[in-house]
Structure formats: C-alpha cells, structure tokens
Design a protein around this ligand. Sequence first.
Ligand code: FAS
Ligand code: PHB
Length: 390
Amino acid sequence: MRTQVVIIGAGPAGLLLGAHLTAAGIDNVIIEKQSADYVLGRIRAGVLESGTVQQLRGLDLAGRIDAEGLIHDGLEIAFNGMRRRIDLGARTGGRKVTVYGQTEVTRDLMSARNGSNAQTIYEADAVVPVDFDGNYPKVLFKKDGQDSEIPCDFIIGADGYYGVCRASLPSEAIQEFERVFPFAWLGVLADVPPVSNELIYVNHPRGFALCSMRSLTRSRYYLQCAVDEDVNAWSINQFWDEVRARLDAEAAARVTTGTALEMSVAPLRSFVAEPLRFGRMFLAGDAGHIVPPTGAKGLNLAASDVYYLAGALREFYEEKSSAGLDAYSGKALARVWQAVRFSSELTALTHRYEDASPFDCRLQLAELARLTDNPAAQTAFAESYTGAPY
Ligand code: FAS
Ligand code: PHB
C-alpha cells in the first residue's frame, strides 16, 4: 500500500487534516494506536473559535454544530466577591465563540471519514515514522501482529504530546520550551443545567474555578487542585460543595448538582517544540505544542495548524510549489506563541499560587479590575479569547 500523506493520530488534528486532504482529492491514511471508541471517550475541550467552526463549515461538517452548538458572545470573570462580564462580540466587531465539545467535533469528523473511502487504521501498534529526512518516507506499524509499512510523500505527526513522531527526532534537531504549572484541574462532566448561560472564570482565595458547559443540560466544571491530586479522594458531593464555595452567593445558589459522568485530573503546562518541520515530516496540534486549557486554545491551535498545513499540501500537489510547506513551521509557531502568551497570562491571573505574597494577591485583583473595567484591556482580551484570524 502506498499513499500521498500518512497522518499519525486520529484526534481532532489528524481527523481534520484528513478531511481537508480527502476533500482536495489528496490520498491519505490515518494510523491511530487506540480504538475509535477510546478516542471518543476522552473528555477534553469545549470552546471553538470561529476559525475552527469555519473550517468545519467549509468541509460541510458544521451541520450538528449549527444545530446544537451554543454561540457565546460574552463570558464572566468572578473575583473579590463579584462577577463582571466581558462582551466578546462588542469588543471585537462581532467575533464570538461556539460551545461544542471536542468529543462531538471528533465524532463528526470520524463519521465523515467513515462515509468516505479514506482509510483509517485503528489499534495500530509499534507505529514508527522513518526516512522522513529523505525523499522516500514511510511509516512502519503492526496491525493484528502483522508487520506493515506505508511508503508516502509526507508524514504528519498529529499524535499528541506523548506521541511517537516528536520522540523519533534526534535531540539536536529540535528545541523544546516548557513551563509546568504548580497546579492541575479537577474536571467534572455532569448532566445538569449550567449555572449560567455563559462561562464563568473564577479567581478565589480557595483557588481557580471554571463553570462551563456542553449544552443547556450538560455542564463541565473545573477546580484548581494540586498537581498530584488523587481524583479518587473526591466524592461528587465534595466537588459540588467546593464549586459553591468558590462562587459568589447568588451563583452558588444556582448550582445544580448531580452525578458525575466523568471526573479527572488534567495537568497544566505550556510546551512548544521548534521547528514543526523535519524534512518530509510535520508536527501539528498537541504533538508540537501544549497550552494550559485556561485560554481554551489547545483544540483551536490544532485547527489553525491544520488549516496552514492543508493549504500547503494542496499547493504542493496542485501547483507543484513547496512555498507553503517551507513557511508552515514559522507561520504556525507565530500563532502558537501568541496563544501560549495569552493562556499563560490568563492562568497566572486567575489561579492561586501557594508562594504568592499578600502583595501578589492584591496585584492579581488590581489586574482583574483593570481587565474588567478598561475597554482597551477588554478588547485585547476579547481578541485573544475569540482567536485572531488565521
Ligand atoms: P490528541 O492528543 O487529541 O490526539 C492525538 C492522537 O494520537 C490520539 O488519538 C492518540 O491516541 C494518538 N497517538 C498517540 N501516539 C500514537 C502513536 N504512537 N501511534 C498512533 N497514534 C498515536 N483543550 C482545550 O482547549 N480545553 C480543554 O479543556 C482541554 N482539556 C484537556 C484535557 C486533557 C486531559 C488533555 C490531555 C488535553 C486537553 N485539552 C484541552 C487540549 C486538547 O483539547 C488538545 O488540544 C487536542 O486534543 C489536540 O488535538 P490533537 O493534536 O489531535 O491531539
Ligand atoms: C471546557 O468547557 O472544557 C472549557 C472551556 C473553556 C476553557 C477550558 C475548558 O478555557
């Protein structure tokens, strides 16, 4: 079997790129180490930038988003016992975000791919990209115990932070930048109505909290916790009590409790690998960068990487030009670093640090007051949160 592009990883980055390439008539195979059900079982992002939605719409894959997604043109930031709204639409000339779970995006992309003749190999073992520094790359893997290989023109590493592609590189070929935050997020997904019709980001002396949602009947909550928090040490009632403890009285009174569909701890880190291209192998999405989820950027960065890469591959095959491929890494990284900056800033502003002095805490509150009072600060925040145009 030979193909033009092998994509390693069937998460949102891999599936979205596969959809673009299939639509452009570029032959591609996706190789995934887990099962499709396992990939769908991961509960992750919830907020889509308009660029991400527009890509799906351009691929005729936005039917469910248009029917079920929630358009948000504002959010609230709670601190010092009050809640202040930032009008995202008013500050950006109408840019909004769509609340629609990553799981549903993945489901829509998987369903479209299943309906096409594009091949996806799930539960592949020992996946290894080789010879990508030459002109004849290929991907080796085992399937049902059988050794296989797929020669191709290009390999795309869409295999996430713990994937094999970045790990296959010689250390001298890549520079890594990382900041691990001294806390994590304890997340709960529950079939209860959200506490508000918009997201609430909370800076509280007990720690950060985020009140989000997947629909008007399904909520997603996060609490700042220790990096080594034991998720099994929490009962769902203790979780709801802590959510209410970190909200103002009016919001706390509106929290609807229920059983957890999912409860998990996610670490927070910023990570960037440079460059994102190695001969005929390219990294996209979490394989190349990680942001703390505070800014709701992880999934959206995967989408912008894919947008650039899909355009470059179309240009290569249709116009025989490598200009887009040569420019990909620089272009993607410029956007990545802006998202890292914004996500790191918002994390520092909304989370409580054990070693913070009373002075530091007052400074945080002063910055939050400026952010929610000052039109220029609100505009800068809203432009970053809704996502700059590609
Ligand atoms: P993914 O990690 O989603 O997908 C990579 C795929 O590659 C996986 O299916 C994996 O099984 C596969 N793979 C790995 N190694 C392989 C190998 N050797 N061979 C073949 N396949 C291989 N972002 C937000 O915006 N908001 C959030 O709240 C949020 N919460 C998150 C919580 C957690 C626990 C994590 C880990 C991430 C979270 N993110 C969040 C970020 C997340 O949404 C990512 O940005 C998004 O999944 C990126 O998609 P991919 O780049 O496709 O990577
Ligand atoms: C989510 O709903 O999972 C979510 C929303 C906003 C964030 C992070 C996560 O900043």
